[in-house]
Ligand binder design. Structure first.
Ligand SMILES: [Zn+2]
Length: 255
């Protein structure tokens, strides 16, 4: 009995590494170090690439001129390339009306369907020009509304790396791969996305990440492996709803 449970847990535990804010301007020093680390452990992360970065905060980092060549190199290594917003500029503030109730700055939530369609269209066009195929998306600051999903589906993008829960699930005809925490740590069970912002890191954060990778490298999975775990059973729906309630209460207390 216990060995059965144990096997089930091992089979359904995995960490997907998601790197956010990948653009011409970023912390290239830590990106190069991360690449070496991923190579060493055979890790294939998912990169959230901003197609047309206009975010002033991000533009303050050093620029790489052959950026898109670099993105193609990562893709050729089997790394997954996702579209992360369009310009990454927050020009709306959501209170709590966004899909996951995060609130805060938004590039998509709160905008008309027309605007959202045009941003997604322009973003995808950039990837197309650069000969990079896109199948997944995540919005800056986790802020979506129903129109974001309509706009995405309009261009046959139906995978989003965000949401609550312990397993990827389908809602509104979108496959969500949950993303719960900012901290570098491993859950004992479930498929989790580890969100990494190299731009905010110092060397000591990277050292900590390196230790984490060494310890958990056998649990790190690829994007395809994460997607393959999509599970819409009642049990996981219940768990997903519970994590949503718990995390929302936690955030409300913090505010
Ligand atoms: Zn971002």
């Amino acid at each position: 009995m216990f060995s059965k449970i144990r096997n089930y847990m091992i089979k359904n535990t995995g960490i997907l590494i998601r790197l956010d804010d990948i653009a011409e301007n970023m912390n290239w020093d830590l990106m190069e170090k991360s690449e070496l680390l991923f190579e060493e452990y055979g890790i294939k992360p998912i990169l959230g690439v901003i197609p047309n970065n206009k975010d002033n905060e991000l533009l303050s980092y050093s620029k790489k001129n052959n950026f898109w060549e670099q993105v193609r190199n990562w893709r050729d290594k089997g790394w997954e390339i996702a579209m992360h917003g369009y310009t990454h500029v927050y020009d709306k503030i959501c209170k709590n009306e966004d899909y996951f109730n995060y609130g805060g700055g938004s590039e998509f939530c709160g905008h008309t369907l027309e605007t959202q369609i045009s941003r997604i269209k322009n973003g995808l066009q950039k990837f197309k020009n650069e000969k990079i195929k896109i199948r997944s998306f995540f919005a800056p600051n986790h802020t979506y509304d129903k129109n974001t999903f309509i706009a995405l589906k309009n261009f046959r993008i139906n995978e989003v790396i965000d949401g609550y829960g312990l397993m990827p699930y389908i809602e509104n005809d979108i496959k969500f791969i949950p993303q719960l925490f900012y901290k570098v740590f491993a859950l004992p069970f479930g498929i989790q996305t580890l969100q990494i912002h190299l731009n905010y890191w110092e060397q000591k954060d990277f050292d900590n990440f390196e230790k984490f990778i060494k310890k958990h490298s056998n649990k790190i999975i690829t994007y395809d492996q994460a997607i393959a775990k999509t599970n819409n059973s009642f049990f996981y729906k219940f768990i997903n709803t519970s994590t949503k309630i718990i995390l929302r209460i936690k955030r409300a207390i913090k505010k």
